[in-house]
Ligand binder design. Structure first.
Ligand SMILES: Cc1cc2nc3c(=O)[nH]c(=O)nc-3n(C[C@H](O)[C@H](O)[C@H](O)COP(=O)(O)OP(=O)(O)OC[C@H]3O[C@@H](n4cnc5c(N)ncnc54)[C@H](O)[C@@H]3O)c2cc1C
Length: 551
């Protein structure tokens, strides 16, 4: 198989050869470097690559070309370049155009010319983009293979777990691949056992749990210490931020995560409003960086471990785990976030994981290439999901309960400009139909009362979330929806709640149980944003340090 291609496009021969030279110096070992001296030549090159089934990893394009500007070229190339890294070489005066191109053509970066020294100004940007491309793309493979089926919810769980741990795998669908059918063992009744996970060492796991998989892959599942300064429940943005700040300041931190790091943010194809990433950053990328940072400072992250209760055994706070073990700490940070509410209409439960997915646009999009899909919801997460799915699906119908989506205006505009996306306001979902997978949905127009059946292959659900706090219901005070009350929100008539034992009031982020704190989406009053979650996670560390001094 030929190496993936990096394509430089520039009409000035001297600049083109300088770009090619710098690309070759660093990437020639793993990539083929090609150059094109105009947008037209580059388009033809891409068509040929696609025709031969070769992979294009990156486009590095000059904005200033006389017949076809860089952005015009990227716009024309868009249908052939989903998922390809796109970098524009600009002069200072092109900055506005480059920023607009971030939305128009999915530009990942723009770089000012000249880019000397490349070690500082070019390679760090391209290294990041190529790392991300490698994580997303399916290259010929000698790693883990997952033999499964789109109609199997367990196959979906395994794919999601691997993807969110950034573990590359090859998906083999028993419905479309004879080799996959041969590889899947048969049960006594003759049915294929899916998912089956095959490892490079020749071993396999048949219908494994995520805990089995974590064990087999050497992910840490048990705490290494007898005592921690803080046990953080949840490895979403709030938990990971607390881990980074806590462990970098010398606290002994352990993070307990029941699924995979990243939380809800890990499901976001592109977070566009996080400070410092003008072209957005995928939730997976942000998670990978945060996990690496937390581990570097010494945080332990326990994978596929669910906290089922927290107990106060003074002076300790003890987290009880589903596998029967306990983690003992001086403090606990509840960073367990929120999960999507589940649909209650006919067909939804039966087809979950077999065409009905909660927020998993990122993991599943490629399997619905060229087929019509639905997105349910109108907030930011739904809009991001729809825009991501539109790169693969033939059409994306967005079902919104109100007249218009409530997502940020830049997302609504992007959906309106995408010809594959259709917005349907005042729409209620009545039923999901299908046997092995989703075949159609029944919707009702809430103004006219008219019902319609729409054919489609998958439904991605992004409706309201509920806090993950049931397991601490008896320990801390919560509001009627289950959000954990903290700090001033606990005071009634200026007094702390009944049972509060300390001579001071609960401080910011502290729950009604001293030594148990909450940050992020699980907390009453938070703003359900990645930046609020990371901010609260970081702030919790300072408060926890003060508390630990009093023990
Ligand atoms: C698809 C999508 C797109 C989004 N896009 C954006 C965006 O662009 N910008 C933005 O600002 N916000 C966005 N959000 C919102 C943002 O992701 C959340 O506000 C943020 O992730 C909250 O972080 P958190 O750490 O508080 O909780 P979460 O991200 O919910 O993480 C909580 C973690 O705790 C784990 N957990 C829960 N209970 C337990 C338990 N008992 N034991 C062990 N582990 C447990 C969960 O598995 C999860 O990993 C998006 C959300 C979604 C779903």
């Amino acid at each position: 198989m030929p190496k993936p291609v990096l394509l430089a496009v520039d009409d000035e021969p001297a600049v083109l050869s300088a770009v090619e030279r710098d690309l070759r110096a660093r990437y020639a070992k793993d990539y083929r470097i090609l150059g094109a001296d105009s947008g037209e030549v580059a388009l033809e090159t891409i068509r040929q690559l696609v025709g031969r089934g070769e992979s294009l990893a990156l486009l590095l394009v000059d904005q200033r070309m006389p017949r076809m500007s860089g952005i015009e070229f990227l716009t024309s190339a868009l249908p052939l370049t989903a998922g390809v890294g796109k970098v524009l070489l600009t002069a200072y005066a092109d900055t506005d155009a480059a920023i607009r191109a971030i939305n128009q053509v999915g530009l990942n970066h723009y770089l000012m010319k000249p880019w000397d020294p490349p070690e500082e100004k070019l390679y760090p940007v391209l290294d990041d983009l190529l790392d991300e491309w490698r994580r997303e793309v399916r290259l010929p493979f000698d790693g883990i293979r997952v033999v499964g089926a789109l109609w199997s919810p367990d196959s979906h769980t395994i794919k999601d777990f691997l993807a969110r741990h950034q573990i590359p795998y090859l998906w083999m669908d028993v419905d479309h691949d004879e080799q996959a059918r041969q590889l899947a063992p048969r049960s006594q009744t003759g049915t294929l056992s899916v998912p089956t996970v095959l490892f490079p060492d020749g071993t396999s796991l048949v219908t494994p749990s995520t805990a089995d998989l974590a064990q087999k892959m050497g992910l840490q599942r048990q705490a290494a210490r007898d005592y921690y300064d803080v046990a953080i429940i949840g490895a979403g943005p709030a938990g990971l931020a607390a881990a980074v700040y806590g462990s970098s300041e010398g606290l002994r931190c352990v993070v307990i995560e029941r699924q995979a790091p990243g939380g809800q943010a890990g499901r976001s194809p592109k977070i566009e409003n996080y400070l410092g990433f003008p072209a957005g950053i995928s939730g997976g990328d942000l998670t990978q960086r945060a996990v690496a940072q937390a581990r570097r400072f010494g945080t332990e992250i326990l994978a596929a471990q669910e906290a089922i209760a927290v107990e106060a055994r003074d002076p300790y706070r003890v987290v009880r785990l589903k596998d029967g073990n306990e983690v003992i700490a001086g403090t606990v940070l509840l960073a367990c976030g929120a999960t999507f509410r589940v649909l209650k209409m006919p067909g939804a439960a039966e087809l979950t994981g077999r065409g009905v997915y909660y927020g998993s646009a990122h993991t599943e999009a490629t399997y619905y290439r060229g087929r019509p899909v639905f997105v349910m919801g109108g907030a930011n997460s739904a809009a991001q999901g729809a825009l991501y799915l539109a790169q693969y699906a033939s059409t994306v119908t967005v079902l919104v309960r109100g007249p218009r989506p409530t997502a940020a205006s830049y997302l609504v505009e992007a959906m309106e400009h995408d010809e594959r996306i259709q917005l349907r306001g005042n729409t209620e979902l009545q039923e999901v139909r299908g046997t092995e997978g989703v075949e159609s949905i029944v919707i009702r127009d809430s103004l006219s009362g008219a019902e319609a059946v729409l054919p489609g292959a998958a439904l991605f659900v992004f409706i309201g979330v509920r806090p993950e706090s049931e397991f601490v219901a008896g320990l801390v005070l919560r509001d009627e929806k289950g959000y954990v009350l903290t700090g001033p929100d606990l005071l009634r008539d200026g007094k702390p709640p009944a049972g509060w034992t300390l001579p001071r009031d609960p401080v910011m982020l502290e729950s009604s149980q001293p030594g148990v704190f909450a940050a992020g989406d699980v907390r009453f009053g938070t703003s359900h944003r990645v930046s609020s979650a990371t901010g609260e996670g970081a702030a919790a560390v300072a408060i926890i340090r003060q508390y630990l001094r009093t023990l």
